[in-house]
Design a protein around this ligand. Structure first.
Ligand code: ZN
Length: 308
């Protein structure tokens, strides 16, 4: 699998919101290569190869996931040095979106009953704000294996880093069902471009915090809705093709903006409002019922010690 930073260039040294706009359509979470999809994997109801929805994965209980946010700015502590208030706004957005809270932009989605909170205890048991700050240009450029130094136990915390994200909007380095065994290791993380973080973030149209919602969707096992092409739209094949989900209409590529009336894959409506597309933050309104089940399954099957 391609490390995300292999995709980027030294242009990052001159990183600016203008550069960001050039790459802003990209989520560089490396979904598995085709060969890996059917290769060895831990069998589960939410493996790389398939989704098996069922009563076990219905969102019946509230699970709360502790988050540590590692804010990495450049060595001058200038670029990337975002405020605590913006971090708090991002946690609020996550909860609005994952709980589909009434009266919020994510109300149209399905309530996953998954919640997120800034960690109140560090790994040693000491009180914490859940926000860690570092000023290091190498790390800011998303280079060097900073996670080996900075990660809090990834089996107990969602480690979220903000930096330049290698010029993408954000990424996770692998899906939790990845047979590499990397889940729970220091590299197990969510990386977000600080220019696409929080509400209101600095760069329109990625200023409503949805980049984090999308990447945490990957972190909990979701594919892009356009992964692996059209697949077969009807059950049961839609659980083993495309994004391994039947209630997201298949489509072949990502979209920008908020296109209306698009169809793909033989007349299927393109799910531009799904969090696992790459449309504008204001365009996205929810996860589907089966995406929620896949995330609940992933939490139980691959991140069993994470939630409280
Ligand atoms: Zn993505």
């Amino acid at each position: 699998m391609l490390p995300a930073h292999a995709l980027v260039s030294s242009v990052l040294a001159l990183f600016s919101s203008e550069v960001f706009s050039l790459h802003a359509d990209r989520c560089v979470a490396p979904e598995p290569a085709p060969a890996l999809r059917v290769a060895s994997f831990t069998p589960s109801d939410c493996s790389l190869a398939q989704t098996v929805p069922g009563p076990l994965w219905q969102p019946t209980t509230v699970r709360r996931i502790p988050v540590v946010v590692h804010l990495i700015s450049d060595t001058a502590c200038a670029n990337g040095n975002i405020s605590d208030a913006l971090v708090h706004s991002q946690i609020t957005v996550l909860n609005e979106d994952f709980r589909a809270l009434t009266g919020t932009p994510g109300a149209a989605g399905v309530d996953s009953k998954l919640e997120f909170f800034l960690a109140t205890e560090d790994p040693a048991g000491n009180p914490t704000t859940g926000i860690q700050r570092y000023c290091n240009t190498t790390w800011y450029q998303d280079q060097g294996s900073y996670w080996n130094t900075l990660a809090w136990d990834p089996t107990r915390y969602l480690n979220l880093y903000t930096n330049s994200a290698g010029g993408s909007r954000g990424y996770v380095p692998f899906l939790p069902a990845d047979p590499s065994g990397a889940v729970g290791q220091p590299q197990d993380r969510v990386v977000i471009n600080w220019l696409a973080f929080g509400r209101v973030g600095p760069v329109v149209p990625y200023h409503q915090g949805r980049t984090v919602t999308h990447e945490v969707g990957h972190y909990l096992g979701l594919f892009h809705t356009y992964y692996a092409g059209c697949g077969i739209a009807t059950a049961p094949d839609c659980y083993t093709t495309g994004d391994r989900i039947c209630d997201t209409a298949p489509n072949v590529t990502s979209h920008k903006g908020c296109p209306v009336g698009l169809t793909s894959c033989g007349g299927e409506p393109v799910p531009v409002q799904n969090y696992m597309e790459l449309t504008d933050d204001a365009c996205m309104t929810g996860f589907t019922a089966e995406q929620v089940q896949r995330m609940r399954c992933t939490l139980a099957s691959y991140r069993s010690t994470l939630a409280q």
